[in-house]
Design a binder for this molecule. Structure first.
Ligand SMILES: NC(=O)c1ccc[n+]([C@@H]2O[C@H](COP(=O)([O-])OP(=O)(O)OC[C@H]3O[C@@H](n4cnc5c(N)ncnc54)[C@H](O)[C@@H]3O)[C@@H](O)[C@H]2O)c1
Length: 310
């Protein structure tokens, strides 16, 4: 059995596969092109690298049986093609949900309490920044959650602890919790002080937050995107910031990753970039790595994997 690990993952999963006598090709060390490595692989473990139909076909002609996504957003894998080729696709939901939700609340706190600004001002000798009294209280404000899956639900629970009103837009689920108000997207955008995106990137959600939607957010509102950059139109966000419509944003994900240094959003001090780190914690990276590797092992041993998409 040979498994190719494309990007670096926590040792927990690597140790598990090694203990089970699986041969590993660590692509981030060997620097072999994936097109070449996939010809010898029974399994591939990937984080954000693209697994196209073409790559899957090359793998299928040889011995590829499973692709594991280390993470949740499978927009980098052609899952339909894998299904058609009879290649299993597994992923690691749940283990990241709390991490991303806590990060989202951290982002909301950062926007509301301006830690980054105060730190800079103090370091530049401007202690008097304290008299600007710009902090915002979250209690009594409205947090609008787009996408009420694993992460969205946990964001709702945490938001409730802060005493915020919680609105949700998700056309595919029926909200059960009595402290969450399910609504349509335009209503959510108009009423929310903080809008946070937790839907997957699909053909249907690509640029679902465009100029029209961003202009609906109340004057002085904030937006947080920890889902995928492609869900929000970055040019539109730039325009809305130029118009002074929004007060701030935290972008954990962007359309191009790494963020290109000519990205116009970098001009705005009130846009905070966090390098796609929302899901990466002491707990989650360990669990994700193990879960991805265990599922590859399950498939290669003819067992049903825990979280299969194909
Ligand atoms: N930044 C990070 O580090 C990080 C980490 C993990 C996940 N993510 C992203 O977060 C996304 C959500 O993760 P999750 O675990 O909550 O997924 P999930 O599948 O549990 O939930 C996604 C929810 O979005 C809803 N949805 C689908 N289309 C929608 C639409 N058009 N409008 C509104 N809602 C819609 C679905 O019905 C579902 O309830 C992932 O797809 C991934 O891209 C980012």
């Amino acid at each position: 059995m040979k498994v190719v690990i494309v990007e670096k993952i926590h040792e927990s999963g690597i140790d598990f596969l090694r203990k089970n006598n699986v041969n590993l090709e660590l692509l981030y060390e060997s620097k072999k092109p994936l097109e070449e490595a996939i010809t010898e692989a029974d399994g591939v473990i990937v984080r954000l690298a693209r697994i196209t139909e073409q790559l899957l076909k090359i793998g299928k002609r040889n011995s590829l049986k499973v692709v594991a996504k280390h993470g949740v957003g499978v927009d980098n894998i052609d899952v339909e093609a894998a299904k058609n080729l009879g290649i299993r696709v597994v992923y690691t939901p749940d283990v990241m949900a709390n991490a991303v939700a806590e990060f989202t609340l951290g982002a909301i706190l950062m926007l509301a309490k301006k830690f980054d600004k105060y730190n800079l001002e103090v370091r530049n000798g401007r202690w008097n920044v304290r008299y600007t009294a710009e902090n915002i209280e979250i209690k009594g404000k409205t947090i609008g959650i787009i996408g009420y899956g694993r992460i969205g639900k946990r964001v709702a629970e945490l938001s409730r602890c802060f005493g915020a009103t919680v609105l949700v837009y998700d056309p595919y689920v029926k909200v059960q919790e009595d402290f969450v108000y399910q609504t349509e997207l335009p209503v959510l955008l108009r009423k929310s002080d903080f809008v946070t995106i937790h839907a997957p990137l699909t053909k249907a959600t690509f640029h679902m937050i465009g100029l029209k939607e961003l202009r609906l957010i109340k004057q002085g509102g904030f937006i947080i995107n920890t889902a995928r950059g492609g869900i929000m139109d970055e040019d539109a966000l730039c325009q809305v910031f130029s118009e002074g419509g929004l007060r701030g944003a935290v972008l954990d994900t962007t359309e191009n990753e790494p963020v290109r240094l000519d990205n116009q959003l970098l001009k705005f001090d009130n846009v905070i970039f966090t390098a796609h780190t929302a899901g990466l914690t002491d707990v989650s990276v360990n669990e994700e790595s193990l879960l991805a590797c265990k599922q590859v092992f399950q498939v290669l041993n003819g067992e049903e994997p825990t979280y299969a998409l194909a």
